[in-house]
Design a protein around this ligand. Structure first.
Ligand code: B12
Length: 215
């Protein structure tokens, strides 16, 4: 019965999220991967588009905050559930610390980015939402990462990012810092040009291309 549940586009997955049906959402996601489709397609075309719609529905008061919270919690749960599909068999002995800037609570996009690193053989340390800069730095000193990947969704968090970059640079002058997130969807990337080795990527395809070129 469950194998017959299929999605052709993100709207069907969105309906499942809005009805709060975690079990069905999970089956739909797994069946999508049986087509076959890549994890990246599932993340970008289904999860991301559905969550962007959730955001719009919330913005226009068409759904409650509770429904929005539930929808994002279901997607996060499915990301964790799919993690075994993400782990690469061939590790390349490179490590990335992956986090959101301080005060930033949107962590689903950066979790997807973390998975893209993993799929390409990297070890990732996913610190998640609202990571205090001082903690990030003291953790980085113990891990000695090859890359820092940082997310921000709220444009007003840009000064926090700039402050973080400045502080990181004191201890890690050459560490590549990959930056992304919706804060830059309407511009703002030019602010990053003044920093050496700070790279902006808008989505999972461009992030993966960037990682593969490094590898
Ligand atoms: C779920 C959600 C929440 C949840 C987050 C839960 C969680 N566990 O993450 C909670 C409830 C915490 C939340 C809170 C708020 N939210 Co909110 N939220 C959303 C929602 C619906 C989905 C976010 C999401 O997961 N999107 C899907 C992911 C996959 O997309 P993404 O983040 O863009 O990531 C992609 C790329 O940007 C990129 N990327 C992301 N990070 C990185 C990092 C790197 C290094 C790279 C290379 C790439 C990259 O890769 C991803 C894949 O392509 C969005 C709607 C939307 N448009 O996204 C609103 C939205 C982001 N929220 C919004 C707002 C206003 C808020 C609040 C201020 C609401 C409030 N009044 O309290 C607070 C702010 C909290 C804070 N301080 O951060 C606005 C932001 C508007 C703006 N740009 O300023 C949005 C757009 C809703 C809207 N339409 O108005 N929110």
């Amino acid at each position: 019965m469950t194998e017959k549940l299929a999605i052709n586009n993100h709207k069907e997955f969105l309906n499942s999220l809005l009805s709060g049906n975690r079990a069905m959402s999970s089956v739909l996601a797994r069946n999508f991967l049986n087509r076959p489709a890549s994890i990246k397609e599932l993340y970008e075309d289904i999860f991301k588009n559905a969550l962007y719609d959730v955001g719009e529905l919330w913005e226009y008061n068409k759904i409650s905050v509770a429904t929005e919270h539930l929808a994002s919690a279901i997607v996060e749960a499915i990301l964790n559930e799919l993690y075994p599909n993400v782990i690469s068999k061939e590790k390349i002995n490179k490590t990335a610390i992956v986090a959101c800037v301080e005060n930033e609570f949107h962590q689903i996009g950066i979790k997807m980015v973390s998975d893209i690193f993993e799929m390409n053989g990297w070890n990732t340390h996913f610190l998640g939402a609202n990571t205090p800069t001082a903690e990030l730095i003291s953790y980085a000193k113990t891990i000695k990462p090859d890359m820092l990947a940082i997310s921000l969704s709220i444009y007003f968090h840009l000064p926090i990012l700039e402050n973080m970059i400045g502080t990181v640079r004191k201890d890690f002058p050459n560490l590549p810092i990959l930056v992304g997130g919706q804060a830059f969807s309407k511009g703002g990337q030019e602010v990053l040009l003044k920093y050496k080795n700070v790279i902006y990527k808008p989505d999972l395809d461009s992030t993966e291309l960037f990682i593969k070129n490094l590898n």
